[in-house]
Design a protein around this ligand. Structure first.
Ligand code: CA
Length: 419
């Protein structure tokens, strides 16, 4: 499928992130108006859906879907309305559309807009589904012989995270305090994390809930869209706290997501299969077709006052388990899933050193610091560092871009008097 041409000129470039083929959903404010509005990215513009609806142009039966500055109501409305809206947008923004004159005044330059959380995160679960990542981390934490836990090739392992920790790209992230104990220390201390890290992930947004188990095919159909996700991680807190129940405070500070929801239909041309199974999966986890996506990913690190260095490049197809498999496993116990449930994929590392999706792996636990442009080095994040995740699927003469997922590291708070 080639680039679909739009009457919005800036959408017709082969390397732009937001052509007519994409049409991702976000929430924005612009100018002096602090009312949050629903928007669709098209080229360098945002179509103001809240205004489209107010003008009576929305194709949906319900006339108050976009009035509240969140995509929650469309997500709740279900697949028939999802398809109606996408079909209408594809026609209305296409070259030659007779709606061009009516919609042109409802376009807002993206450069003038501030982006906000596009939906309400009802629940958040993070998985550990990248085999390269799990092998690297397991080797560092437990030794090469015990790198992959015995269950890893059978279960998409995850932990229940905190919806309250999820923030939109651009939100500063403050270095956490926590309980740490170095390998040579007899007792733990309460201190600012000295090994604060990133995790490059994709986030799948559940659009339809469930009350009981679902098949992998049903799970795939329940996913509304995808975002980039950075699971900020305090490795020194994690190393001390994680056994036997997994990460807790190490992952509770913040989880950043990119502001544009790229919907499943936009990614259809980029479906790809998970890697060959090394152990047969139980039938309830077997995929009936390709459920991963070919999405190029990169991580940039910018020190305070410095320039960007791309410290990692990888691809979502490196994952061992797809989001559909994760969702099917999540629901297998009867755990109710809800619209707005966010599923982190797990860190997406590739097989090579420069394709690792965390500083823990890139610096191999701090033993091999990463060198940045200008000569500075990093084992873990320093105050003032900005991290930018980028991603896109490369089509034939067009791209499906995700925009960026960014955050700057603020210093830890002063030591509390009671600590
Ligand atoms: Ca993670």
């Amino acid at each position: 499928m080639p680039l679909k041409r739009s009457w919005v000129d800036s959408a017709n470039t082969p390397e732009g992130p937001f052509p007519l083929n994409n049409l991702p959903y976000g929430v924005f404010t612009a100018g002096d108006d602090d009312e949050a509005r629903c928007g669709v990215a098209i080229g360098e513009m945002i179509l103001d859906m809240t205004a489209v609806e107010a003008e009576g142009l929305s194709p949906l039966d319900d006339d108050e879907v976009f009035a509240w500055g969140t995509w929650d109501l469309l997500i709740d409305a279900g697949p028939a309305d999802w398809a109606t809206l996408r079909g209408w947008l594809e026609a209305a923004l296409a070259e030659g559309s007779d709606l061009a004159d009516a919609l042109a005044p409802l376009l807002v330059p993206m450069a003038d807009a501030t982006l906000h959380m596009p939906f309400t995160v009802t629940e958040y679960t993070d998985f550990y589904a990248g085999k390269h990542h799990a092998t690297n981390v397991g080797t560092m934490f437990r030794g090469a012989e015990n790198a992959l836990p015995p269950n890893w090739l059978s279960i998409p392992i995850g932990y229940n995270g905190r919806a309250s920790s999820v923030v939109v790209s651009g939100t500063p992230v403050r270095r956490p305090w926590g309980q740490v104990k170095g390998p040579d220390e007899a007792l733990p201390r309460f201190a600012p994390s000295a090994r604060f890290d990133i995790e490059l992930e994709m986030g799948a947004i559940v659009g339809r809930g469930s009350e009981g188990p679902v098949s992998v095919a049903e799970a795939d159909g329940m996913i509304f869209g995808y975002v980039l996700l950075n699971d900020w991680s305090a490795r020194d807190i994690q190393a001390w706290e994680y056994q036997p129940l997994g990460p807790f405070q190490a992952k509770a500070t913040a989880t950043s997501i990119s502001p544009w929801i790229v919907t499943r239909p936009a990614l259809e041309p980029f479906r790809t299969s998970t890697p060959e199974r090394e152990r047969d999966l139980l039938p309830y986890l077997r995929e009936p077709g390709p459920m991963l996506y070919d999405i190029d990913l990169a991580v940039d690190l910018i020190p305070e006052g410095g320039t960007a260095t791309t410290i990692a490049r990888t691809n979502y197809r490196e994952m061992y388990y797809s989001s559909a498999q994760q969702l099917a496993h999540h629901a297998s116990s009867g755990c109710p899933m809800r619209p707005g449930d966010l599923l982190g994929s797990g860190t997406i590392s590739g097989p090579d050193r420069d394709s690792r999706g965390s500083l823990l792996e890139l610096s191999w636990g701090g033993k091999e610091p990463v060198t940045l442009e200008g000569g500075a080095t990093r084992s873990f994040l320093q105050d003032g560092d900005t991290v930018i995740l980028r991603g896109h699927a490369q089509g034939d003469g067009y791209r499906i871009g995700f925009g960026t997922c960014e955050g700057i590291i603020l210093p830890a708070i002063d030591k509390p008097a009671w600590a």
